[in-house]
Design a protein around this ligand. Structure first.
Ligand SMILES: *Cc1c(COP(=O)(O)O)cnc(C)c1O
Ligand code: SF4
Length: 342
């Protein structure tokens, strides 16, 4: 069962005043959509906060709908070429469930639909021209809402234009619709699993999202030798405690997923109530680093407003720099120096 309105949701949950007063407005385009798998987890407050809309989305006046200036960096209707060596292709605006923190809400769930054959051909031609592009993120929306036939067509078109590009398969369907990863899907993917490698980019924001069904689907990628990386969004009241982050990172590692990024929330209109202050995020990062191995520690990252690009945030260990001496503090708070010249 899929939930598409507050009325339907009322029969499953006792909605709070703030949830009841949410209004779907043009200004705030993200629709209400909760999949069967999300519904089965909705009693968990971290899941509820990510998928049940609240009035707070409507009253947020900070930010805008495109803080990363993706529209200015779009080279075709679907291709964003922000960094010289990599690009993002918006395969579709659809998802199996809409996350209330979605930073691409200017596009997500706008009923634009899957990329047309003409749009795919246009992007493929651009990739062919631009040999400096080494990686393409297949994103959206959620790539996995496309049918196997459409995915097959897309991969065939792109791989025929350039076989040396690494494709990142960006999806949240392991959380919102793990049953989508059928044997037929993997058979289709296997056909294209040659030349440059695929990378699976997941978005697990909380350990509870890594269900048995999700783990079964992940095995399909492991069997194809596809490396897996997680991009988590730091969200207030969802995953902003040390315990939650440690449990998530350890569970990811046990399932062969490398925690890649921990994203600071973007200044997207309608998401202020889900953001964590930078000082709190940095304090969390400092503690996480003490409790996690280098492999299991994600990079805390901010995508700077007005299209400034991604910058890594970390506790500052540099105390001072004289002409010939750098002085650092250790994670335990002691000082150590290292020379500039030898
Ligand atoms: C984040 C992003 C990428 C990928 O950046 P990495 O740091 O390599 O993960 C590529 N294109 C766009 C538009 C992005 O926002
Ligand atoms: S799955 Fe991704 S694109 Fe879709 S609503 Fe969630 S964050 Fe946005």
């Amino acid at each position: 069962m899929t939930i598409t309105s507050l009325d339907e949701l009322k029969s499953h949950l006792n909605l709070t005043e703030k949830e009841l007063h949410w209004e779907e407005k043009a200004e705030n385009t993200l629709p209400l959509l909760i999949s069967q798998n999300i519904l089965s987890l909705i009693d968990n407050p971290s899941i509820r906060r990510q998928f049940v809309p609240s009035e707070e989305e409507n009253i947020d006046t900070i930010g805008n709908l495109d803080p990363l200036k993706e529209e200015d960096n779009s080279v075709s209707s679907r291709l964003i070429h922000r960094y010289p060596n990599r690009a993002a292709f918006l395969t579709t605006d659809r998802c199996f469930a809409y996350c209330r923190h979605c930073f691409r809400r200017r596009f997500t769930g706008t009923m634009t639909g899957p990329a047309s054959e003409a749009e795919i051909a246009e992007a493929a031609a651009y990739l062919k021209e631009h040999k400096e592009i080494k990686e393409v993120l297949l994103t959206g929306g959620d790539l996995m809402t496309l049918s196997d036939e459409k995915l097959d067509y897309l991969l065939h078109s792109f791989k025929s234009a350039r076989e040396d590009i690494i494709y990142r398969l960006c999806t949240r369907a392991l959380v919102s619709s793990p049953e989508r990863f059928t044997p037929e899907f993997f058979k289709m993917l296997e056909k294209h699993n040659h030349h440059a490698p695929f990378f699976l980019m997941t978005q697990f924001n909380h350990a509870i999202e890594i269900t048995e069904k999700a783990i079964d689907a992940l095995i399909g990628f492991v069997k194809l030798g596809i490396p897996m990386m997680n991009q988590c969004v730091l969200l207030r009241g969802v995953n902003d405690t040390l315990d939650q982050q440690i449990e998530l990172c350890n569970k990811l590692m046990y399932n062969r997923i490398k925690p890649y990024y921990l994203f600071q929330g973007d200044l997207v209109k309608g998401t202020a109530h889900l953001r964590v202050p930078l000082s709190k995020g940095l304090a969390l990062e400092k503690e996480m680093r003490k409790h996690l191995s280098g492999l299991s520690m994600p990079q805390y990252t901010i995508d700077l407003p007005s299209g400034g690009g991604k910058v890594i945030l970390t506790e500052n260990y540099l105390v001072s720099r004289d002409r010939n001496l750098w002085t650092f503090k250790t994670p335990d708070g002691e000082e150590r120096s290292y020379p500039e010249d030898f």
